[in-house]
Design a protein around this ligand. Structure first.
Ligand code: PLP
Length: 346
């Protein structure tokens, strides 16, 4: 008789193994109420449960004080990000992004033949929106990508700069605001803009603060015409397990504040520890930061991995800096020990 294959159990947060500080995941996983909701929905998951998707959309819209017809759910925010590249960039409609920033949109747009202008971040980590608007004019951009807080830096772009952008951008350039990390920061969201304008699209994800990277739920918020354009590439319902977890997370009253505070405390302690040893970081308001390791970033990442701590990578524009995800206190203790060992050697 054939034996059933046994799959390795996925590592739970805190399980033994390498310390994973490389993908900006939430080390605490889904909230307890979200985990219970997933377990409870499994017996009913033979159905599409479209009404549950409606509940998540309406609950999200109510919390953000926008109309439900401005909200569309996707299995992760990567999906609307990819769709945006397909729908709004082309050989004749370019893309303007910061450098460094989350790269998947720019990579896809470039692969499809769009001109992609990469505008270096300012020294304070903000997007250089004046230079980005000038670039948008130059290349007839269909899309300008604003990641706030930014990945990999966690740095923020001030609200007054964003107000200037919205007043001065070219009419044909849509602004795609990626707010994957907004709940970790003190910055105001731009999501309310989708009630006033038809050229601003805001993306959110449950992969970060809500700890649902493997469950997959993302949100696109925009004017209904823009949502229809994104949806024109076809439908793909969200897994009901993700919907159940998202609804429980949205209804968990203290979750955002508690995780935001926990992340800020661990991040600030780590950045301060690095600073005391002469390693500076770009100011961050997210669950990641970029530190200048004063040596080849790739080799540094490899040396950390040898000590069981997997950190993020470096970006071409900053070969001596690496991204680090903020883990639990215990994980950051392991990070500090490995960092001290690696930097003591060289
Ligand atoms: N946007 C940013 C800025 C990210 O950092 C990530 C993931 O790291 C994503 C989007 C995609 O996340 P997901 O598809 O899990 O929602």
């Amino acid at each position: 008789m054939a034996q059933a294959a046994t799959l390795p159990a996925p590592a739970a947060p805190g399980a033994a193994g390498p310390v994973l500080l490389n993908f900006n995941e939430c080390p605490y996983g889904p909230a307890p109420a979200a985990q219970a909701a997933v377990r409870d929905i499994v017996p009913g998951s033979g159905r599409y449960l479209f009404a549950l998707a409606g509940d998540v959309r309406d609950t999200f819209a109510a919390q953000e004080q926008i109309a439900p017809d401005r909200v569309r759910l996707y299995p992760g925010s990567s999906e609307p990000l990819n769709r945006a590249a397909v729908v709004w960039t082309s050989a004749t409609a370019g893309l303007v992004v910061a450098d460094p920033t989350f790269e998947s949109l720019g990579d896809l747009a470039a692969a499809r033949g769009a001109t992609v202008e990469r505008v270096p971040l300012r020294a304070d980590g903000a997007h250089d929106l004046r230079a980005m608007v000038a670039a948008a004019q130059r290349i007839n951009a269909g899309l300008l990508y604003l990641c706030n807080p930014n990945n990999p830096t966690g740095s923020i772009t001030p609200a007054e700069d964003i107000a200037w952008l919205l007043a001065h951008k070219p009419a044909q350039t849509r602004v795609l605001v990626d707010e994957a990390y907004i709940q970790y920061s003190d910055q105001p969201s731009l999501i309310g803009q989708v009630m006033q304008r038809d050229d601003v699209i805001v993306l959110r994800t449950f992969s970060k603060l809500y700890g649902m990277a493997g469950l997959r739920l993302g949100v696109a918020a925009a004017h209904p015409d823009r949502l229809r354009e994104l949806a024109s590439l076809g439908d793909n319902p969200v897994p009901v397990t993700a919907l159940a977890a998202a609804l429980a997370s949205l209804r968990d009253p203290g979750l955002v504040a508690q995780r935001k505070a926990q992340n800020a405390q661990v991040r600030q302690a780590t950045v301060a520890w690095l600073g005391k040893r002469g390693f500076s970081s770009v100011p961050s308001e997210a669950n990641c930061f970029v530190v200048d390791v004063q040596r080849d970033g790739k080799a540094f990442v490899a040396a950390m991995a040898e000590r069981g701590v997997i950190i993020g990578r470096s970006w071409p524009i900053w070969p001596q800096r690496v991204r680090v995800t903020v883990g639990t206190e215990a994980e950051m203790e392991a990070f500090r020990a490995a960092f001290a060992a690696v930097t003591a050697k060289a």
